[in-house]
Structure formats: C-alpha cells, structure tokens
Design a protein around this ligand. Structure first.
Ligand SMILES: O=P(O)(O)O[C@H]1O[C@H](CO)[C@@H](O)[C@H]1O
Length: 297
C-alpha cells in the first residue's frame, strides 16, 4: 500500500486481503464497530471474550506514528451481551501525516467484515456558549472543512463496490441511533450533560485562533475537532449506519481577554474523567441496539 497525492492509495484487493486475514484469525463476526477517540481506549472494557490485534501485525493496516500511549494502536474484538463488536483503540489523523485513505482504511475493512453500524467517539472543543467541559454531544451533522479544500477521502476514482460517486451526506448520522443515544443517556441519568450539535473538523494540529473560533461559531459549529469526519464520510458512502459521540474536553476561546490556554493534557484529562461514563453509555447503547434489531427484524 502506498500514498498517491490526496486520492485513494488502496486497491479493492488490499482491503480484501486485510479483511480475509482478520476473518481467518478470529471467529468474531462484528456487527458494530467502535472508534475510540483520544483518551477513550477503555470503551472496550465492557466487552467480554476479547481478542486483540496490534495494528502493526495486521497486513496493510496503517502503523502508529508513535503519537499514542498506553493500550492504543490495537484492534479489539469482543462481545457485549450477544453482539459481536470491534473496537479501534487509537485512530489515525491527517495531522500525523496519514493520507485520508489510510485514515479511513479500517472503516472499509469493517464494511467488508459485515459490520452494520459505526459508533465513532472523539474529543472536541466546545464552541456553543451553552456547552460545558464534560458534556457529551451527539453529533447531528458535520462541517468538513478540509473537504472544502480538497482534502476529502472520496477524491480519486470511485470504486462502485463500496458506494456511489456522489453520495448524499445530509443524513450521515442516523436519526434512529441518535434517538437511541438520547433514550439510553436519559435512562443512565446523563441527560444533564448530553447535547446534540454540529461538529466541525479542522486538520490541526494547532488549536484554533480566536478569529478562527469566532468564524466557526458564525458558521453554526457547536464543537471542533481534528478527526471523525473522514471516517463518517467513508462509512456513509459504503452504507454503514453512523452514530457520533463527541466529548467536550475543553471550551474553545472566543474572547481575547481569556487567560486560559487550551492544551492536549487538558483534553486527555477530561477524557479520563468522563471515560467511565462514556463506556457505560456505549455498552448500554450496544445492548439496546441488539434488542432493537431483534424487535425490528
Ligand atoms: O479526535 P480525537 O483523536 O478524539 O482527539 C482530539 O484531541 C486531540 C487534540 O487534543 C486531537 O487528536 C483531536 O482530534
């Protein structure tokens, strides 16, 4: 696998080879894939019967740039109630130097493995003045800022085996799954800190200037981060249902007089503080997802 400008560098055979390798190594047949955002690797803790693969051992999988720590850089298969799941502990970012084809590579592997739904989590900075650090925002919609500048994972020849040339993105985040997340959140007593909103992706790696933050507020963004949108775009393109949960790890400065400066340690600290709640939410969501699919099939 090699990089080729900003268009896809993987052939269908590359995706197939990785999928077949994984299917030969595990008896899990996941229905839900979970991407764990920064500091949220423990979302897999609610699963049993786990089997872990390091990214570096999986053929064609992008290899960590070393920016991660702890248990990240692993694909974890496991079961929650009767639902087989796969968790990405550590994901890939444009700012690390990966192509968008590499960033989204795992999503197409999930599709070929038979996954139906993608649950993507991330850490983001709050822009909506009503938000507070520690809030969990259900992503209703997104703004693909790198995409506006041609940094788009679907640029290049379209492979119809994954999806159509001009996919609709107006319903990228499943209404049913958003409803389910709100219901489950309320049952778990999380309603006070659960929100819905528009997520904006920037490429990073710097945090926003105040002028940029003010622009994002005017554009209708509720939070901003440096991931997720490419994975969601590719997931929607290949027909996966998507739920996005964004943890507000810091408030973005909109005011020149504000003294506090955002930093990555603060982001990781908030993720650590909320990881257990998010893990319970994700586990409960997956249990309810299974019951709902039983009831609707
Ligand atoms: O999107 P995730 O990886 O969750 O984390 C967000 O937090 C990091 C910056 O602190 C960036 O990686 C940004 O994208």
């Amino acid at each position: 696998m090699h990089t080729k400008g900003n268009s896809c560098c993987c052939s269908f055979e590359d995706y197939k080879l990785t999928t077949e390798w994984l299917l030969n190594q595990t008896s899990h047949r996941p229905k839900i894939a979970v991407i764990c955002g920064s500091g949220l690797g423990l979302l897999a803790d609610g699963a049993t019967n786990k089997q872990t693969f390091r990214y570096q051992d999986i053929p064609n999988f992008p290899v960590s740039t070393g920016a991660w720590s702890g248990h990240e850089g692993c694909l974890v298969f496991g079961t929650i109630e009767d639902t087989s799941c796969v968790f990405m502990q550590g994901h890939f970012h444009l700012y690390e130097g990966y192509s968008l084809c590499q960033v989204t590579f795992p999503v197409r592997i999930f599709k070929l493995m038979g996954v139906e739904s993608l649950l993507v989590t991330n850490a983001s900075g709050g822009i909506c003045p009503d938000f507070k650090v520690g809030d969990i925002m259900i992503i209703k919609d997104h703004i693909n800022l790198p995409g506006f500048a041609g940094q788009h994972p679907l640029c290049g020849p379209n492979d119809e085996r994954f999806g159509i040339r001009f996919p609709c993105m107006s319903d990228a985040y499943s209404k049913d799954l958003r409803r389910l997340a709100l219901d489950v959140g309320s049952e778990l007593g999380c309603s006070d800190f659960m929100r819905e909103g528009v997520f904006c992706m920037v490429s990073g790696p710097n945090f926003e200037t105040i002028a940029e933050a003010r622009m994002l507020l005017i554009l209708g963004c509720d939070s901003v981060g440096m991931s997720t949108v490419p994975e969601v775009t590719v997931a929607k393109h290949c027909g996966l249902r998507v739920l996005g949960l964004s943890l507000i790890t810091n408030m973005v400065s909109l005011d020149y007089s504000r003294e506090e400066k955002v930093n990555h340690e603060e982001v990781l600290q908030t993720s650590k503080m909320r990881a257990e709640v998010l893990q319970k939410l994700v586990t409960a969501l997956i249990c309810r997802y299974q019951q709902q699919s039983i009831n609707t099939h």
